[in-house]
Ligand binder design. Sequence first.
Ligand code: FE2
Length: 381
Amino acid sequence: MMFTLDRPSQQSLLELKRILIVDDEEAIRRLLGYMLQAQGYETVLASDARDARAKLAEQPFALILCDVNMPGESGMDLVRDILQQYPHAAVIMVTGLDSSVLAHAALEIGVFGYIVKPFESNKVMIDVANALRRRKLELENRLHRENLEDVVKTRTLALQQALEWLERSEKELRLSREETIQRLAIAAEYRDGATAQHIQRMSHYCELLARKYGLPPERCDLIRTASPMHDIGKIGTPDHVLLKPGKFTPEEFDVISQHAEIGYRILSGSDAEILKVAASIAWTHHERWDGNGYPRKLKGEEIPIEGRIASIADAFDALTTQRVYKPAFTLDYAVELMTKHRGTHFDPELLDIFFASRDEIQRIYDQYGDPLSDQIHADAA
Ligand SMILES: [Fe+2]
């Protein structure tokens, strides 16, 4: 039987004073027994290795005094096994042979002392006391180390759990924020028949373009999340203008143009990065590269990059889906139409980058398909 070192038994092992005396000479083991009992130790006697093993299996010992030369199994082999099986126990070898080779071998395998017969009582007492003191220090040290390891393990686990919880919370918060934005954007666009799919496609085209242009990943993510709010200002556009199927009069165009300014006013003034980007997109997504856009007639790189990106993504999606005033065009036809406005309406570099990613555009288009437009495409085919 092996005495495992769980926490309570380790503490009791520290206090242990029981000594096993293994010697084939009865007189010697009795003498050692008396001497040690007189000093307050509890002793158990064993006459050979086999007897010793049986006693060791019954209860734990703090120290084993072991004779080297015994009939049957040698003391050295027994000690080697004891040190392996009972690492909490100290061992002192007792021998009639004063040999430096034997003493060295005993030290090598980890015994704490080496007593040569005939021995003096005081020498035995000092060796036993020293061995027990060293054993106690080593056990305390091990206990302390294991305690520390446990504390580190427990705290590491707690930290991991806290981080996982934080990650989950952040993810939930991010998803719910994105969903809220999308739903608000859908609510704003609902009146003129724009769909949830339009919001999703447009925001993914924006993200694709931002990424291909080389903006940092966090910025691309912000643009994707903020872009659904680009037309939020349409909340302030009257129905008779917003839902008009034909061409706008100049007055009506002025009214519809105000949605960029209204959107900016709704979204600006926040410290949140996402709202800053959303406000910028709402304000600038109808500006044109040649300065003929609205509301401020910004030109070229005066238009913030997110506005130039949203302008391309919004126009492309408007062309490829059905609106009250037009049918859905094919992707090829949309590319052809927009290319005619390269460098006038659209940032030429960005437009080239966008159309160089036809496969990814197609994937977004297919993934967030518009049932009505799909039907129209199918009918046309
Ligand atoms: Fe718009």
